[in-house]
Write a protein that binds this ligand. Sequence first.
Ligand code: GSH
Length: 218
Amino acid sequence: MIELIQFPWSPFCIVQRRMLEFSGVKFKITDLPSHVDRNLIWKLTQEQYHAVPVIKDGSKVIFESGDETQDIARYIDTKLSLDLFPARFEGQQAILWRYFENEVEGVGFKLNDIYFKEFVIPRDQVFFVRHKERKFGRGCLAQWRDQQKNLLAALEQKLLPGDQMLAHSPFLLGEKPLFVDFNLFGMVENFLYSGHYRLPKSLPHLRRWYEQIKTVKK
Ligand SMILES: N[C@@H](CCC(=O)N[C@@H](CS)C(=O)NCC(=O)O)C(=O)O
């Protein structure tokens, strides 16, 4: 059975989790015991990787080989014959998922992180703050809280092209979901994780798509 090692709120983990649910296959979810303790994946990947997601499938362990790869998604796609990476859409998908993972995720995670005390266990909160401040500077979480309105407006703008695409088809690139639909779902679901937000009313097509991609089955 495929095992997904994850954090429940991680955008990149949500992508893989939703793809596995979509496939209908039985799979196991293992949450890392804490934000700090990466020993499970460090051991599984023979000391090559400490981020999530990681997939274990029998004796195979799959994790991203680079910053711009989709190794796990492609593995799940091939193994479970999902056809989420058809050759004719390869270029369009490559452009879209980079936009979603950089532009959309880059704003969405800050809006969710503002509420980190509600989903990071107390023992880990200092490490969570340290992790963020090492990357984004001292006081970054308080700054994001102060900038919440502007960040929400920025996210709405970043999501607008998706809404415009979805005005013409049920899924981003046509009649059926492709990898980019799951990818955008992961970024959006991370933004919504705290439960403090809804998708903007100004993006009706995206809101309709969200309800579909959240539950769609192969
Ligand atoms: N490009 C990778 C990104 C993975 C990633 O950034 N994972 C985050 C969680 S959302 C992580 O584990 N970062 C390392 C850390 O938090 O120490 C992917 O698509 O899987």
